[in-house]
Structure formats: C-alpha cells, structure tokens
Design a protein around this ligand. Structure first.
Ligand code: DI6
Ligand code: FE
Length: 403
C-alpha cells in the first residue's frame, strides 16, 4: 500500500519531450520517438540529450525553509551540547530571537549573499523550486527586507521561489509579555502591507508554548483569509497544541513538523486535504524522541512532504537529498514516499499544480541522477548530486554559478 503513491510511477527506458518551458510528452522511449509533436517538425529535434540509464525525476521541491537569515547559532549549539534545551535557550531570550537581532542588523546585500550560497548548493542538488519564510525580522521593515531578499534570489539562480510571511514566528524582545499587542501589529499593519506589495505567497505561524497560542494564530489566519492568502502552520513540533486541527480548520496548504499530532489531528488533516510536511533535520538536530505519526498519516492517506527546514537554530542543513535518507531511516518512510515527499507532495504543499510530476503541460523542471532505483537515492547518507538539472526548459550544468 505504501508503495502506491500516485505520481511516482517509474517508467523503464523512458524519455521526455519538452518545448520551451513545458513538458510536451513523457513515456517509453520508443513511443516518444514517434510522438506527433516530433513528426510535425520539419527539422530535427533542437537538442537530444542522452540520460544514459540515469534516473530522471521532477525537479526537487524544498517546501519549508528559513534560509534567509543573519548570523549563526554556533554559541547556542555549544550550550545545547552542554545539555541546555532548545526551549530553555528560547525562554532565556536566545534561540530565534538571537537570529532576529542578527537579521535586523544585516543589510539586504548581506542577507542576499549568505542566502545565495545556500540556494546555490540546493540547486546543485537538483532543487528547482523552494519556499522561503520570513520570521527573523519581526518588524514591518525587517520582514519586508527578508521577503524582498527571498524574492530576488530567483533573479540570480535557476530556481522558483515561493515566499511565506512568518511574522508570527517569535515574540520580539520589545513585545515581551505583550504578545497580543504584537499579534495586533502583525494583523493590522504587517499583513496588509505585505499583501499589498505582493511580497508573500502564503502565511505561516508558529503555534507552540514558546511562541503563539491557538487563539493568536487564529487571528493571523482570519486576517490572511480576508486578504485571500493561503495559510500553513508550524504545528505540534514540541508539544501537542492542537495545531494540526487548527491548520485543517483553515484549510491550510500544509501543517509542518507534527511530531506530537494525535489521531484526531491526522483525521482533520485528511478531511481538509492539508499536506503533512515532515522535517527530519529538526527532529535530528534537536534530538527529539517522538516521531511524527507516519503510520496514521499513511492510514488516513494524508499526503506527506519532506523538507529541510533549513534554518540556523533547529535544522542547519541545506541538503534535501540527505532528508530522503533521514525520512526513511528516522521516520520510516518508504523510498517511494520519500521521493514523493520532495516532488509531488511538496508541490501540493505549495499549492502548485504545474510541477512535481512529469506530465504534459507541467514545467520542464527535472534532474537526472546516477541511481538505478528510487531506493538508491535514499539509501546512501549523502547522494551524489544530479549529473544534469533542467529548470524551466533550460539546461543547467552543475556546478551552478551565480548569473
Ligand atoms: N520551528 C523551527 O523548526 C524553526 N522555526 C520554527 O518555528 C526554528 C527556527 C530557529 O530556531 O531559528
Ligand atoms: Fe520551520
């Protein structure tokens, strides 16, 4: 059952025909060679590329990252090695708030330059679409600075960027014990301004005892709905706070983390068609003990995506290929589920129906790996990067250079 994931059928001896930015046909090589789109042309195909036994996948999609940020959290890493917990560091005013201070001090240029390095490594790994959240600015000016930097990354690198406004990520220092006032600022000033400038494609929040309550998240989601922006939620990462149910109630595109989600939460996600985004990097780095309820998600047919959660505090990783291995080893996904998690289901988590599956009409985003089967992509700890990446019909030969 776990191996019947729609959109992940493997075609042996396959071929793909593209025209401009689109896929025209996918199928067996013999059928593609006699395809009418080829026969109609009086000249030969512009370019034929032999993938020589490689595994051709849709361009990978990292649907949950916080990759625009200032500074690093190496000091905090040392504290954690000495036994101080992530939550404790947060309560002492560190954690997300220390990255907020460093991000506020960084110029757009500085943020763009550090983020470009991360994105360029992702592109070299076969990622052609990624999501980037704000949430380390926490003032209108700094949140907009982060979102503009995120948007600008696709001008310089071969990747599509989906931006998410995460103003409700942490309570900023200047709103200490005044979190309701901060939420009011998020709803009344930040969200309308971000929406007006079309800086965000969706809205996220951190629903947790060290962040915002269900009631506060509800206010943010109601405002997002009013502004016609889809929502997603950091839900049940450290405790069961009913986050999955809340996300489902608002028809969220995705509910992310979900380590502590119970069966009622899983059922709610199934009913609302919300994608469960699993983040093994954060689970590993925070040395969490409780895995997300993969068996229940599978049983209730909730689509599962996998992402890096690339951020300086809980998941300092930019390799989506490594997440394939971690998703299988730590969360018990099958290789097919893991690959679906970075392609078809990741596209669904971003509300994108034009990618994630190789089919006529989809964007010509794909990557060719030296792997015999899907299992070969998931089994090594650190896969060879793809030997070829095509983004929007353009052949990118790794390594990717800034344009
Ligand atoms: N959950 C996470 O895993 C990231 N944000 C969140 O709400 C962590 C962000 C950080 O620690 O900087
Ligand atoms: Fe996150």
């Amino acid at each position: 059952m776990a191996d019947k994931v729609p959109g992940t059928e493997v075609i042996e001896e396959g071929a793909l025909l593209t025209d401009g930015e689109e896929i025209v046909a996918v199928g067996r090589r013999v059928d593609i060679l006699s395809h009418s789109a080829l026969a109609r042309r009086d000249k030969e195909v512009d370019e034929a590329v032999d993938c020589a036994g490689g595994l051709l996948l849709p361009g990978l999609i990292d649907c949950h990252t916080h990759l625009v940020f200032g500074g690093d959290r190496s000091r905090e890493f040392e504290q954690r090695l000495e036994g101080v917990s992530y939550q404790e560091i947060s309560r002492q005013g560190g954690g997300i708030r220390s990255t907020v201070a460093a991000t506020r001090e960084s110029s757009e240029q500085e943020l763009r330059s550090s983020a470009s390095g991360r994105v360029s490594r992702m592109c070299a790994n076969g990622v052609t679409t990624l999501e980037v959240k704000s949430g380390y600015g926490l003032t209108l000016k700094d949140e907009e600075k982060m979102l503009s930097v995120a948007r600008s990354l696709s001008e310089r690198l071969p990747v599509s960027i989906h931006t998410t406004f995460l103003g409700a990520h942490a309570i900023p220092e200047e709103f200490h014990e005044k979190s309701d006032d901060y939420i009011q600022l998020v709803c009344e000033e930040m969200l309308p301004s971000v929406a007006k400038q079309q800086l965000a494609d969706s809205v996220d929040a951190f629903c947790e005892n060290i962040a915002f309550t269900n009631q506060q998240v509800r206010q943010v989601f109601e405002k997002a709905r009013e502004l016609s922006l889809p929502v997603r939620l950091h839900a049940d990462q450290l405790t069961n706070s009913g986050g999955a149910g809340l996300a489902a109630e608002f028809g969220a595109l995705s509910a992310d983390h979900l380590e502590y989600t119970d069966e009622a939460g899983v059922k709610a996600l199934a009913e609302s068609g919300t994608v469960a985004v699993l983040l093994p990097g954060a689970f590993y780095f925070l040395k969490e003990k409780q895995c997300p309820p993969v068996a229940l998600l599978r049983e209730h047919q909730v689509p599962m995506a996998l992402a890096t959660d690339c951020n300086p505090g809980s998941s300092p990783v930019d390799s989506l290929l490594l997440m394939l291995n971690m998703g299988c080893v730590m969360f018990g996904l099958t290789p097919r589920e893991a690959v679906a998690g970075v392609t078809v289901h990741a596209a669904k988590a971003l509300g994108l129906s034009d990618r994630g599956v190789l089919k006529p009409g989809s964007r010509a985003d794909f990557a060719v790996f030296d792997a015999a089967t899907l299992s070969h992509l998931c089994y090594p700890i650190g896969v060879e990067p793809p030997r070829m990446v095509v983004q929007a019909g353009c052949l990118m030969s790794p390594p990717h250079k800034l344009l």
